[in-house]
Design a protein around this ligand. Structure first.
Ligand code: CU
Length: 119
């Protein structure tokens, strides 16, 4: 199982994201369902302009932090970029690659305790 592949139906990432089976509302779960429930700007690429986006994603980040705490043996994947023959090539950022347009890598962002903590 490759948890970084958005077509994988199991795993924490896709479960939290809310990619589901079926059509219409039945296929929207968890994170995705909130975008749909709020509607308007929250439905598309401009969702970041809606203040609700920040409240919602702060909660999603909290879920990620809780999962990390419960699964300390797991790290962000993939560690290395998928090869040219992989259907995920160029679609995802590997652990040690910089997140454009910034100079930070997912590896550097796994522990955010130097920036903030949840109460
Ligand atoms: Cu979102």
């Amino acid at each position: 199982m490759r948890p970084w592949d958005s077509t994988v139906t199991r795993g924490f990432r896709n479960t939290l994201e809310g990619w589901g089976r079926g059509r219409g509302s039945a296929s929207w779960h968890n994170h995705n369902r909130v975008h749909r429930w709020v509607g308007g700007a929250m439905l598309g690429g401009a969702s970041v302009n809606d203040p609700v986006f920040w409240l919602h994603h702060a909660f999603v980040d909290l879920q990620w932090q809780r999962w990390q705490r419960a699964h300390r043996e797991h790290r962000y994947l993939p560690a290395e970029p998928p090869g040219a023959a992989d259907d995920q090539h160029g679609r995802i950022v590997a652990r040690y690659e910089k997140l454009p347009p910034w100079d930070e890598t997912p590896d550097q962002l796994e522990d955010l305790s130097r920036i903030y903590r949840y109460a």
